[in-house]
Design a protein around this ligand. Structure first.
Ligand code: AMP
Length: 112
């Protein structure tokens, strides 16, 4: 069971800034920017790379949740970044699909 599955099951505490039947969002425990939220599906899925055709609607919904929580965090004008890490070389550490919503500072490119 991943740490995010435990959060979804209520076994590990997290304060949801957004939740519905399909997705939740909460603050990253180790923030890399003044705003650092994680948006995850309730459906267990290892990463974006594991998504199948039937997940298309869910993925679109997750993108809408990302933009909504970013807006609610006050990032609409300043801009922000959405990141999903995939696998070892992608820097993924939790094997449950998640989108990082990062903002509140200038982002650099290329990413590390
Ligand atoms: P990634 O490295 O892309 O897999 O991202 C996993 C993220 O989960 C990291 O940014 C961690 O800081 C974050 N994280 C790990 N445990 C928790 C937790 N209990 N609550 C909130 N965020 C967490």
């Amino acid at each position: 069971m991943t740490i995010f599955a435990k959060i979804l099951a209520g076994e590990i505490p997290a304060t949801f800034v957004y939740e519905d039947d399909h997705a939740v969002a909460f603050a990253d425990v180790s923030p890399q920017a003044p705003v650092h939220l994680l948006v995850i599906p309730r459906k267990p899925m290892k990463s974006l790379h594991d998504a199948v055709a039937e997940d298309t609607k869910l993925l679109g919904h997750l993108m809408q949740v990302c933009r909504q929580v970013a807006a609610e965090a006050g990032l609409s004008e300043s801009g922000y970044r959405i990141v999903t890490n995939i696998g070892k070389e992608g820097g993924q550490s939790v094997e449950h699909l998640h989108f990082h919503v990062l903002g509140g500072r200038d982002m650099t490119w290329p990413p590390g």
